[in-house]
Design a protein. Structure first.
Length: 366
C-alpha cells in the first residue's frame, strides 16, 4: 500500500511537471514541482499522550490502571485470549513490564506502533470489567471463581470525581448567572466631583442589599444579587489615587472592586435606594520643617598662657601706684573701719555749724 501511494505521488508530480513544461515553460517547472510535493505531503499525526500503567493483584482479582496526562476516549474489546484497549488518540505508555507484575493473569503485553492500542495476552480465563474515571482507565480481570458485583473504584478516586462534579456545577451556574445578568439593564453608577472628594452613587434595585469592606488598599462592595453595572461615569471621574474600578459576578452575588493608592479616606452610607461612596482627594504631603539652627555660642576667651601671665605681673610691678586720697576732714587715715571714718568726718564738719547756731542773735534795740 505504501508503494502504491508513493507511485501515485510520483505520477502526479510527473504529470504536473509535463503540463508546466508544455504550458508555462521550463522556468516554472521547479515551482510547480514544489507546490505538488507540498500538497501531496500528508499531515503529521497528533503527538501521543503520555501516561503510565500499573498492574496489581489482590482481593481475588487483578487490576490494570492506565493514567494519562489528558482525557482520551477509550474502548476495551476481547478477541479470544487477547484483550485490546483502543484509544481515539495515540498514547505513549510503557507496557513492557506489565507481564512481570502479575504473571498469573497476563502472559505478555505490547503497544501498537501507532500508539492507538494496547494488547494483552491472558494467561488464564478471566472476565474483564472496565471503568473510566477522568484521565484514568481501570481494567479489572475477574477469575471464573469470582462471585458478586465487580469491584468498585477506590474511595479517593470517588471523592476526586465528586469534587470535580461540584466544581463543574458551580462553574456552570456562575456562567448561567452571568449570562442572565448581561440580559438585564445595567445598574447605573453616577459620579460627581466635589471640592474635596468624589462621590459614587449606586442606584440599588429593590430587594438587593449591599455591604462594603475596606481591606488594605482595596474597597469591595458586595451585592446579594447578580447585577451588571455601568461603570463608565465612575471610571471617567476616578481620582489619581484610584488605581482601578472593576466588577465581577458569582453564582448568586456580584461585587465591585475599587483599588486605592496610598492612604485614602473613604466613607460609605445608604441614602434611600442609593448606596453612596465618598473617596477623598489624596492630601498633599506637608513640607518638612527646617531644623532650628543652633545659636552661635560666643567664643570662649583664651586662657592666658604662662608667658602672658608673666608679662602682666611685670607691668603691674613697673606701673606707679595712684596717689592716696586724703581724708576730707584734714586728718590722716588710721586703721579704723569704714563706719568709724564716716563718723569722724561728720563730727568734724558739723561742729562749726552747731557753734554758729548756739551764738545769740543781736537784739533789735542795739
Amino acid at each position: 500500500m505504501g508503494q502504491r501511494a508513493a507511485a501515485g505521488t510520483g505520477s502526479q508530480g510527473r504529470a504536473l511537471a509535463r503540463a508546466a513544461r508544455l504550458c508555462l515553460g521550463r522556468g516554472l517547472v521547479a515551482i510547480v514541482l514544489l507546490a505538488g510535493l507540498v500538497v501531496s505531503q500528508p499531515c503529521r499525526a497528533d503527538d501521543p499522550v503520555r501516561g503510565e500503567a500499573t498492574f496489581t493483584s489482590g482481593g481475588g482479582f487483578a487490576r490494570l490502571v492506565l493514567k494519562l496526562a489528558e482525557d482520551v476516549e477509550s474502548e476495551v474489546s476481547t478477541a479470544g485470549s487477547i484483550i485490546i484497549i483502543h484509544f481515539k488518540r495515540p498514547v505513549d505508555i510503557p507496557v513492557d513490564k506489565l507481564s512481570d507484575a502479575v504473571p498469573d493473569y497476563v502472559g505478555s503485553a505490547r503497544r501498537d506502533p501507532d500508539g492507538t492500542a494496547i494488547r494483552l495476552s491472558l494467561a488464564r480465563r478471566a472476565t474483564v470489567n472496565t471503568m473510566t474515571a477522568g484521565e484514568r482507565i481501570f481494567v479489572d480481570f475477574l477469575p471464573d471463581s469470582w462471585t458478586g458485583p465487580p469491584p468498585a473504584l477506590p474511595a479517593a478516586v470517588v471523592r476526586e470525581l465528586a469534587e470535580r462534579a461540584r466544581a463543574a456545577e458551580r462553574a456552570l451556574r456562575a456562567q448561567l448567572a452571568a449570562n442572565a445578568a448581561k440580559k438585564r439593564p445595567p445598574v447605573r453608577v453616577r459620579a460627581s466631583v466635589q471640592p474635596t472628594f468624589v462621590r459614587f452613587v449606586f442606584e440599588m434595585p429593590d430587594g438587593v442589599s449591599v455591604s462594603s469592606v475596606l481591606n488594605e488598599q482595596k474597597l469591595t462592595l458586595q451585592f446579594t444579587s447578580v447585577l451588571n453595572f455601568d461603570l463608565a461615569d465612575a471610571k471617567v471621574a476616578a481620582l489619581p489615587n484610584i488605581a482601578s474600578i472593576s466588577q465581577r459576578a458569582d453564582i448568586d452575588s456580584s461585587a465591585v472592586d475599587i483599588v486605592l493608592i496610598g492612604e485614602v479616606d473613604v466613607h460609605s452610607f445608604r441614602e434611600e435606594k442609593n448606596y453612596v461612596i465618598d473617596v477623598a482627594f489624596q492630601q498633599a504631603e506637608k513640607p518638612a520643617l527646617p531644623e532650628p539652627q543652633a545659636a552661635a555660642k560666643p567664643a570662649a576667651p583664651a586662657k592666658p598662657g604662662p608667658a602672658s601671665r608673666m608679662s602682666r605681673d611685670k607691668t603691674l610691678k613697673e606701673s606707679p601706684l595712684p596717689p592716696r586720697a586724703e581724708p576730707p576732714c584734714g586728718r590722716r587715715w588710721t586703721t579704723t573701719t569704714r563706719a568709724s571714718r564716716r563718723s569722724i568726718c561728720a563730727s568734724t564738719i558739723s561742729a562749726p555749724r552747731a557753734l554758729r547756731r548756739s551764738s545769740p542773735r543781736p537784739s533789735s534795740s542795739a
